[in-house]
Design a protein around this ligand. Structure first.
Ligand SMILES: CCCCCCCCCCCCC/C=C/[C@@H](O)[C@H](CO)NC(=O)CCCCCCCCCCCCCCC
Ligand SMILES: Nc1ncnc2c1ncn2[C@@H]1O[C@H](COP(=O)(O)OP(=O)(O)OP(=O)(O)O)[C@@H](O)[C@H]1O
Ligand SMILES: [Ca+2]
Length: 582
């Protein structure tokens, strides 16, 4: 069927020329005064719904069933006033036609175009609401802001308000999921993590794979994940959409946006595999999480409180980190680029990961592991004392840190960024933390390194080594230069320098201890791993990045400045709607 259509339409008493081409629906006021021919152009993929009559959904749904009118709902962008990304809102325009026949033609053509141009739009969703996440507003957010939009878009949803932790994960692992196109969580990163674990586990079960087997090439999940942010950090939402806004996220779900995401698997020999996308952190971030769990009642503020307590306790931990570098010719964590919607680095990665798929984004093609025999590079091993060790599959931007833990990390390039912060003077570490809140480069410090990696291993020192270290006084008051005393070898097994030997060297160099009463306290020998907000019950780990293992209803961060500039240049404005239509 030819999807094109063109005719005059009225909005109130103004006449418009409306055109539906393959990909766009445009309307231009036919008026001598409209000399610059301002046109509103909406991509068909961003039309939310088409209704006969004059329809409103806010503050509540009302339908005036007039037979020459139709209403179009679509995505309208506005600046987020702070965040990097753009807020999406529901735009609405009510058209009148010359006849009922023409009206029916418009609604039919628009609906057919919608089906053709956005094949991933969900029809049926499974929604989990955590009533206790963040500020405990999950239920309210879903019912007042999201459910009316889903209804307008003809999406039927099965809603489960969780009664316990891990209910969503267990449901996805065991219950019948037939008929669902996607799964949505209303909550924070912890709820997202439940969906991630449930869906990855379920997909491997159905593929007859054992997910705990480190050699298994994990299969990508066929169901999309949607996140309606209602948590404390909401890092996954922020880093994939660019704003924390339930309406924006609901609209991404409705139009069936699709953003692949890398996932890191975390294993210890006998334990169940865990997954992480935003932060696998040891040392500072592990300790902050452990401390914050004691203060859940504080809500989102618990992280600031615990962050301060942990910072003042001035801890560092020793260990051996081994990592498998990613191909440095493809990208670098210090190349000052940003992964934005339509990212070319991620698109090329899709072609590498799914080489035999005609639609390189297809989920159903066979998934090629990045760890096929022979493709491995050389492992690098470093050993020493660290303030923190972080591994993230994406930038991990959030409200606290608008550019994130690794501002140039990519959502779907099959790699993770490993940030090593060596033990340093407390003020140095504060400088590092503080740089996360601005555009200053947190990696441009002598005690910080960042590596783009495909896999990581970590092991804490044996009890004896750590005891020797403590006996000789540790590194409190160490200078920035002091951290350079580490082993950087290229080997498969890593090589260990005796910690005590290095500690003596450091001790000879120490500056006056800072915050003596706090920092001279003995650090515990080991920290814990923070795996996307969950404390792992083991210390020594092996991690692997699985490129594009899951897909979210998102499109990456839209570059607000670029979109605004192109609108200023272009007559065909996407979001310039005359005030009378707002
Ligand atoms: C001086 C200001 C420093 C601000 C430093 C901001 C760095 C923020 C980096 C945040 C990265 C978030 C990564 C995402 C992690 C999620 O998977 C996880 C689950 O939701 N969230 C956390 O673990 C929650 C982690 C939350 C960490 C918050 C740390 C707050 C530190 C405050 C330090 C204050 C020092 C004061 C000295 C007097
Ligand atoms: N009904 C429930 N009762 C108790 N805990 C729950 C319930 N439903 C989910 N949970 C758990 O609560 C934890 C935290 O939830 P969530 O991630 O939604 O909010 P948050 O911790 O405030 O935000 P963030 O993870 O973004 O910091 C999750 O790990 C989840 O497993
Ligand atoms: Ca990545």
């Amino acid at each position: 069927m030819d999807l094109g259509l063109e005719s005059s339409l009225w909005v109130g008493n103004k006449r418009y020329r409306a055109v539906l081409t393959g990909w766009h629906f445009r309307w231009t006021e036919v008026d001598k005064k409209n000399r610059d021919k301002k046109t509103v152009s909406v991509p068909v993929a961003e039309v939310v719904g088409v209704e006969e009559g004059r329809v409103e959904i806010l503050p509540q749904k009302s339908v005036e069933d007039t037979d020459k009118d139709f209403t179009v709902f679509y995505v309208k962008r506005s600046s987020s006033g702070g965040s990097y990304g753009l807020l999406w809102r529901l735009g609405r325009i009510q058209f009148s036609c010359a006849s009922r026949v023409l009206r029916d033609q418009w609604t039919k053509h628009l609906r057919t175009a919608l089906k053709t141009h956005s094949p991933l739009r969900p029809h049926r969703l499974l929604v989990f609401i955590n009533p206790f996440g963040g500020k405990k507003k999950g239920r309210q957010i879903y019912h007042s802001l999201v459910a009316p939009l889903f209804e307008l878009a003809g999406i039927s949803s099965h809603v489960i308000v969780t009664e316990r932790a891990n209910q969503a994960r267990d449901h996805l692992l065991k219950k019948d999921l037939t008929g669902f196109d996607g799964v949505v969580c209303v909550g924070g990163d912890g709820m997202f993590s439940e969906l991630l674990h449930g869906l990855i586990g379920r997909t491997q079960q159905e593929a007859g794979l054992c997910e705990n087997d480190p050699a298994a090439a994990l299969q990508p999940c066929p169901l999309h994940i949607g996140i309606i942010p209602a948590g404390s950090t909401d890092c996954v939402c922020y880093a994939t959409v660019g704003v924390i806004d339930p309406v924006t996220s609901a609209l991404h779900i409705i139009i069936g946006d699709s953003q692949p995401l890398d996932v890191c698997s975390v294993r210890q020999s006998s334990a169940r595999v865990r997954y992480s996308v935003s932060l696998l952190g040891y040392g500072f971030y592990g300790d902050v999480l452990a401390e914050s769990e004691k203060h859940r009642w504080m809500g989102p503020l618990r992280y600031d409180y615990s962050g301060t307590v942990v910072y003042l306790s001035n801890r560092s931990y020793s260990g051996v980190v081994q990592y498998l570098p990613a191909d440095p010719l493809l990208s670098s964590p210090r190349d000052k680029t940003r992964c934005l919607a339509g990212c070319s680095v991620c698109s090329r990665s899709t072609e590498r990961l799914f080489p035999h798929s005609s639609d390189s984004g297809s989920l159903y093609s066979s998934h090629f592991s990045q760890f096929s025999p022979g493709s491995e590079g050389q492992w690098v091993s470093v050993e020493g004392r660290f303030r923190c060790i972080s591994l993230t599959c994406m930038s991990s931007s959030c409200a606290r840190s608008p550019l994130g833990l690794s501002p140039s990390a990519h959502l779907a390039d099959g790699t993770g960024d490993l940030v090593l912060v060596w033990d340093t003077h407390p003020l140095g570490f504060l400088k590092f933390l503080h740089r996360h809140t601005s555009t200053q480069d947190q990696f441009d410090l002598p005690f910080v390194e960042v590596h783009r990696v495909k896999a990581v291993r970590f092991s804490a020192p044996s009890g004896r080594e750590e005891q020797e270290y403590e006996e000789i006084g540790g590194l409190s008051g160490e200078t920035d230069e002091g951290q350079r005393e580490y082993v950087d070898t290229v080997s498969r097994n890593g090589s260990r320098q005796h910690l005590a030997e290095r500690a003596v060297t450091h001790e000879q160099k120490t500056a006056t201890p800072f915050l003596c009463g706090l920092c001279c306290r003995k650090s515990p020998a080991v920290s814990v791993w923070n795996c996307d907000g969950e404390i792992l019950p083991f210390t020594d780990i092996v991690c692997k990045i699985h490129g594009q293992l899951v897909r979210l209803y998102a499109r990456g961060i839209e570059d607000g400045a670029a979109i605004r500039n192109s609108e200023e240049r272009d007559e065909c404005q996407r979001i310039c709607i005359p005030n009378s239509f707002k």
